[in-house]
Design a protein around this ligand. Structure first.
Ligand code: GLU
Length: 503
């Protein structure tokens, strides 16, 4: 029987989760669900110097908002916990020790100052300093020192790190599910630190020990971790463990395709690069899709298409549809250009699909926040203006005149619409509207248009000033729909006011 698919999203809580990270989480989620597997959240917080308060909660809240919950993780025990590396500290040292005992790793006693001096010496010779087979015997470590000297240093409590002993002259054959076969010459690799002098494992050691212990079958992560693959594969081999399969997702690029999408690109282009608004402990803030009014379904759909496509023309997918269609074979090797306009397009598609009643509820709370209590039929108003809106806030731009009578008339439009005979015309319209049998859009339209025809007048001569009276500008839905919603009193009072203003 095939092994149960287990994947993990393993963020470090060093700040808000960038949408690139969210996409990694999403692809892991989709892959897990597609294969009836388990999606694990593991918090990689071994680097205490980079820990940021609130970042873990931010990550969880983002996944929750996007409706891609983890099956196992902090707070959701699944038999492989704890899921925070800081709570697993005690686990890692024994693995580093094991590699030392087997001659696959060694103690290094070089101080930061000594290493810095080496580095500058190399730089002066225009070379880059790599700590590996070519110089390790000239540096201070348990390979260059005698056993007794090493013991002595350990016993007296000298600071040390544990480094992986990367082999000389070997060709590594690595496999990536997206990139295919990769060959790496071990001579180019440095002896990476596995264990730090502060008693904590490095990312590399903790990451592969945990992936092993948590029985992770597929590692789906960002391209920035591709350079670590050689070390990770070597560590699996050194421990004699079966490595998971790897898939490295391409970067999300700036809209112009030049380089990685950054927070600054978002600020410059006026679009968020984070799922949720982030208020940093130090006071900095960054905008988020949720607070900017995006629907989570739209953001999810947009993210899925960053580097993946189903191979058909279909672009709109709900979560279930994405799970069905997702496969790593369809994930692109090339970087995915981020397109803020496309994000809006997805938002617009999902916005239009929303029920009027649900939009009305959201619109009503926006009205309330502006201090507007209304007895108008908000759901009907929504249905009239919705097609011109992408966000709830657009509903206000499209429909504010329902709730606030115009206080001025658009200058350019007034010049065109208000003529000498306009007051007389509007007075006639006022009379007709006052006397209609039923104050609804159909009757108003029939009566007013009938009168215009009988007068052999151009429609614009009447309809433009009428719209300006009710709206203040030349925008909005059908003028009789507007009048019907405003009701008789308000409609007549606005027309009356317009007559007074232009007379
Ligand atoms: N903690 C790493 C990160 O922050 C995890 C990388 C991986 O998935 O192996 O992205």
């Amino acid at each position: 029987m095939a092994k149960k698919v287990r994947v993990r999203f393993a963020p470090s809580p060093t700040g808000p989760l960038h949408i690139g990270g969210v996409r990694t989480a999403l692809f892991n989620y989709l892959f897990a669900k597609k294969h009836d597997g388990v999606f694990v959240l593991r918090v990689e917080d071994t680097d205490q110097t980079r820990y940021v308060e609130g970042a873990e909660d931010y990550i969880k809240e983002s996944l929750e908002w996007l409706n891609i919950p983890y099956d196992e993780g902090p707070g959701k025990e699944g038999g492989f916990g704890p899921y925070r590396q800081s709570e697993r500290k005690h686990l890692y040292k024994q693995y580093a020790d094991r590699l030392i005992a087997e001659g696959k790793a060694y103690y290094a006693f070089d101080t930061p100052e000594e290493l810095a001096a080496q580095r500058s010496q190399y730089e002066a010779e225009k070379k880059t300093f790599i700590y590996n087979w070519h110089n390790r015997l000239k540096l201070t470590n348990s390979l260059s020192l005698s056993e007794a000297e090493t013991r002595e240093r350990l016993d007296r409590g000298d600071h040390y790190t544990i480094r992986f002993k990367s082999p000389e002259n070997e060709m590594l054959h690595l496999k990536d599910l997206i990139r295919g076969d990769i060959q790496i010459d071990t001579n180019t690799l440095d002896d990476k630190v596995l264990f730090k002098s502060d008693g904590m494992p490095t990312y590399h050691l903790a990451n592969i020990v945990d992936d092993h212990l948590m029985e992770i079958t597929h590692v789906i992560r960002g391209e920035e971790w591709l350079p670590s693959l050689a070390l990770h594969q070597q560590l699996y081999d050194a421990f004699g463990w079966e490595a998971p399969q790897f898939a490295h997702l391409s970067l999300i690029l700036k809209p112009n395709g030049k380089g990685k999408l950054s927070k600054r690109d978002g600020e410059a282009g006026g679009f968020p690069v984070f799922p949720l608004e982030w208020n940093a402990p130090d006071g900095g803030t960054a905008s988020g899709y949720r607070e900017d009014g995006y629907l989570s379904e739209a953001v999810l759909n947009m993210l899925a298409f960053l580097g993946w496509n189903p191979g058909t023309e279909q672009e709109l997918f709900d979560l279930e549809g994405l799970i069905q269609s997702f496969s790593l074979e369809k994930v692109n090797k090339a970087g995915a250009k981020f397109d803020p306009e496309k994000a809006k397009w997805f938002q617009q598609q999902y916005f239009q699909q929303q029920e009027n009643a649900s939009l009305a509820t959201q619109f009503e709370s926006l009205l309330k926040s502006k201090g507007i209590e209304t007895s108008l039929p908000v759901s009907e108003i929504v249905s009239l203006v919705k097609e011109r809106a992408t966000f709830v806030s657009d509903l206000w731009d499209q429909a504010s005149f329902f709730f606030e009578a115009p206080t001025a008339f658009d200058e350019k439009a007034s010049k065109k619409a208000f003529k000498e005979d306009t007051p007389a015309i509007l007075t006639n319209v006022l009379g007709i509207m006052e006397n209609v049998a039923e104050f609804n859009a159909a009757t108003l339209s029939t009566e007013v248009k009938g009168w215009i025809t009988s007068q052999e007048m151009g429609f614009g001569k009447v309809m433009m000033p009428l719209r300006l009276s009710l709206v203040g500008e030349m925008k909005g839905p059908d003028v009789f729909d507007i009048a019907a919603i405003l009701g008789k009193d308000e409609t007549l009072s606005r027309i009356q006011k317009a007559i007074e203003t232009i007379s």
